[in-house]
Design a protein around this ligand. Structure first.
Ligand SMILES: *Cc1c(COP(=O)(O)O)cnc(C)c1O
Length: 409
């Protein structure tokens, strides 16, 4: 099956199906049983079944199965947000004293999360470029994971996942990839050697800008427990399912960051058009980027432009595409604001992956709590605008940006 067919046909309806074409929304908190014995079995993982939606729900399951299949993972765990997916993944594998090597070009919220984790004795070592060489050089005996984004939002750097996986595995640690902006349409990081893939499914997976959620996919490739991960204890005996068993039975359940069944349903609906949307958004983004490259008054960042330092990796790793985010620099903060305020179609909003084109000034919003150095390392300048390119007609978008740039002159 090719991509668009697989979105519709990989996961078969479950055996209780009445022929419905989409999974029903089980919008309930609890599931009742005929006997106390039955509920005891479900509680103790001795019988299949659902007890309470914070712990499991059929609609949520259906969403998790679809994303796991799409990424080529052995299982997935859905969360209330992308940030919940990132924080519970880290808490599932780290303990006080551990260190994570992190790429600097991260989503602002994730940078802040790593600061928050320092209160619990977990530290992050930020690298401006993450490659096999830089990661190997930064590795210490306290390093327990490498975390990167693909494609960096909004730095738009493209990490060499196979190289990073090699650096990690030579040192007995896992590679975690936040693949929100690449999406399974461009790449399956697990197939390149990543161990855990995370999505803010609020973005391209949902695709309509209508639900906040996140999802964690486990490749089942990493051997947990033992030397680097003694805290896995008894969970190590679950082998390839150790990560997900520990996550589901401990920190994910106990932090209570479950997704709502309704949001899981909205994501299932959205997921079915991921291929169509991404094809259109990537096409539009490339056309806009090419237009910006030829336009006086702005400079552009987009991985699939021949002038980008990431052009090579976009061709080999990202199916020759550059994703749906373009950044431009307008010359000054004032010009950036004037440009944004003059746009007719693009909405000024802090989101990506919506059907409509969205723009934001990252320095004054998402990175407002970051230091100057953090901003520069993340590729966020005072005159940067991030554009999340939607499915509008490219000609309309180009015309709109052209008139807005004209107004800044
Ligand atoms: C939006 C985003 C997040 C956070 O996801 P939420 O669903 O907003 O919590 C994490 N990583 C990336 C790359 C994002 O774009």
């Amino acid at each position: 099956m090719k991509f668009n067919t697989s979105l519709l046909h990989t996961v078969k309806p479950d055996k209780n199906s009445r022929g419905e074409t989409l999974p029903p929304v089980y919008q309930v908190s609890a599931f009742a049983y005929d006997s106390a014995e039955q509920l005891e079995k479900v509680f103790n993982n001795k019988a299949a079944g659902y007890s309470y939606t914070r712990v499991g729900n059929p609609t949520v399951d259906a969403f998790e199965k679809r994303v796991a299949a799409l990424e080529g993972g052995i299982g997935a765990v859905a969360c209330s947000s992308g940030m919940a997916a990132i924080s519970t993944t880290l808490m599932n594998i780290l303990q006080a004293g551990d260190e994570v090597i992190v790429s600097s070009g991260l989503f602002g919220g994730t940078i802040e999360l790593f600061e928050d984790l320092s209160a619990f004795g977990i530290t992050a070592k930020f690298l401006d470029t993450v490659t096999y060489e830089t990661v190997c050089a930064a590795m210490t005996e306290r390093t327990k994971a490498v975390f990167t984004e693909l494609i960096g939002n909004p730095k738009l750097d493209v990490a060499d996942i196979a190289g990073l996986a090699k650096a990690c595995h030579e040192n007995g640690i896992p590679l975690i990839v936040d693949s929100t902006t690449a999406t399974p349409y461009l790449v399956n990081p697990l197939k390149l050697g990543a161990d855990i893939v995370i999505h803010s499914s609020s973005k391209y997976i949902n695709g309509g800008g209508n639900s906040i959620s996140g999802i964690i996919v486990d490749g089942g490739s990493f051997k947990w427990g033992g030397g680097n991960f003694p805290q896995f204890g008894d969970f190590a005996k679950f082998g390839i399912f150790a990560f997900i068993s520990k996550l589901r039975n401990r920190i994910w359940r106990n932090t209570g960051c479950c997704i709502s069944p309704f949001n899981a349903y909205m994501n299932i609906v959205g997921l079915e058009t991921l291929g169509l949307r991404m094809e259109r958004c990537c096409e539009n983004a490339l056309k806009l980027a090419e237009f910006f490259e030829q336009t006086e008054g702005v400079t552009v960042g987009y991985p699939a432009l021949k002038s980008s330092p990431y052009y090579g990796l976009s061709q080999t790793e990202l199916s020759g595409k550059g994703g749906a985010i373009v950044t431009i620099r307008a010359g000054s903060r004032e010009k950036a604001f004037a440009l944004m305020n003059s746009l007719k179609y693009a909405s000024i909003a802090t989101n990506i992956g919506d059907l409509r084109t969205l723009v934001i000034h990252p320095a004054s919003t998402i990175y407002t709590h970051s230091t100057e150095q953090q901003r520069l390392s993340a590729g966020v300048y005072d005159d940067s605008i991030r554009i999340s390119v939607g499915i509008e007609d490219a000609d309309d978008l180009i015309e709109d940006f052209a008139q807005a740039i004209e107004k800044t002159k």
